[in-house]
Design a binder for this molecule. Sequence first.
Ligand SMILES: [Fe+2]
Length: 595
Amino acid sequence: MNIMGLHVFGHDTGAALITDGRLFAIGEERLNRVKHSGFLPGLSVRYLLEASGLSDINDIDLIVGVTRYDKEGINKTVEMIRGELGYQGTIHTISHHDAHAASAFFASPFDEAVVMVMDGLGSKVIDNETGAKIPFPYRHLGIKEQKNHEEVQSFYRAKGNELVSIRKDYTQPGYMNGLGLVYMGTSVFLNLGDFGSGKVMGLAPYGGNPGKSMDREFFEITEGLALTRSEKNFVRHIDHYQKLFFPHVPVRDKQKLPDDVYTEIAYSVQKATEEGLTQIANHLYRISPCKNLCYAGGVGLNSVANKKILDNTPFEKIFIQPAACDSGIALGCALYGAYIIAKEEFGKYSFKNAYLGKAYKEEEIVVALKGIPNISFTREREIVKKCAKLLAEGKILGWFQGGSEIGPRALGHRSILCDARKPEMKDILNAKVKHREAFRPFAPSVLLELAPQYFDLNCESPYMLLVAEVRRDKRSIVPAITHVDGTARVQTVTKEDNGKFYDLIQEFYKITGVPLVLNTSFNIAGEPIVETPEDALKCFMSTEMDYLIIEDFFIDAKGPKKLVTGPVVDENRLKAVDIRGGRGLTRWFSSLKKK
Ligand SMILES: [Fe+2]
């Protein structure tokens, strides 16, 4: 059976496909090169059909998407899939949080778990699962009022093919922001954009300085639900955030970070978020005890808080799939379709690793290589040994292998790699390649079996979603990945899941005695991670990266590069509403279909 998940509306749209025992997924941003793209995921559909050998969208037996009704009660998601993608088969739609929950549990290795969903906002109450009735407390409301109630936190109990909602909370008039929106509002207040929460998290450890506290009661928590007394959504109405929390502080303009004010705000909101999440997760455990926790929603990318949840709750294991944010919605829809609707045998499509993109054939790579002037390339038999040696010599490598990673983290298939031993490597990488804010940390990829020697971490962190302390005696050995507070966002790497990437780090370890490398995403600030060999070559030729490796091809520039000297797009100006998909894009997709 062929089952597709589609994330059609919102930001970070994309598609996932389950077919013939295989699972593929891709975000539209990777293909149309618009970061956090909200375009109808037409390119993603075409990409997945090609990857799986299907020729037409009507070869799909079932499409699952997220429900979105308009004022007339028409399900716009169904309308878009039928009208714009020309699909005639079965469509089922579910709520945004149900999709997050399915992505969290059905991708996990657990037979049984509780599931926590925490994000900015999910579906409106009216958009609850198609066919399901609106919960009693909201039935007396008209459509306009129902829109004031949006999913803010959801808990589920999951076992085998079952995913049962045990509690779902919506925003309420007068309480329009949950924990996720408070964090996003902070990002907007700090002029880091709607998608800058990761930057706030990276900035926070510079704060906490005595006498500078900007602590506030960012939200109240009652019975495991965090809400803030507020009339408007903070992300769209930053004046409400400002008035409530920091009436005497102007919205940040271009003040340098870290500083004494905005950095302390980042610190305070991070601390409150960690404490809030720990309380909420403990409440979930009390009402539904289980040793396994699955967790999704954009807040799940807060890798610092994730470790606090693991350390400060009775949960023994935590699973967060790498696309915990909305880039995993399509994946959740596809998994929901497989296990709950089609009732596929449980565990059949369990998630082996993050590499859900398609691998490029050698012929495709050669065509791309021949299309670029000013490069030389060779096919190497001992590419791993050669690259480990170059890394140890301080070179910066573009590393492109197999299918791309789902989600916002590069995990060794679309990565830029270098040696973490040099203290100046962070600045070199920013100046020559990435052009990111200097305060943001870079992350390590470490051999799993040696991770405890370097980090306070006794479990796997395959998707770079746990931040752990770097052991004190190791901090001076790997300064380029050690953040100001002595922590690092760790990716643990195994031979089974990571193949050649594992071999590379192991070879580097043999040369240097250090079992880790610095791993950052293969892109320049402001652009999506590269997907195709062409994208990788373009990025390579516009930065001072030393060498590029695509599969076994070793690529060097032999002529001048056309360097990009700053962020491709100013991410701090990105607004979720600006990149949303919808009707205005239908003509764009029609022209695509004719090709
Ligand atoms: Fe979400």
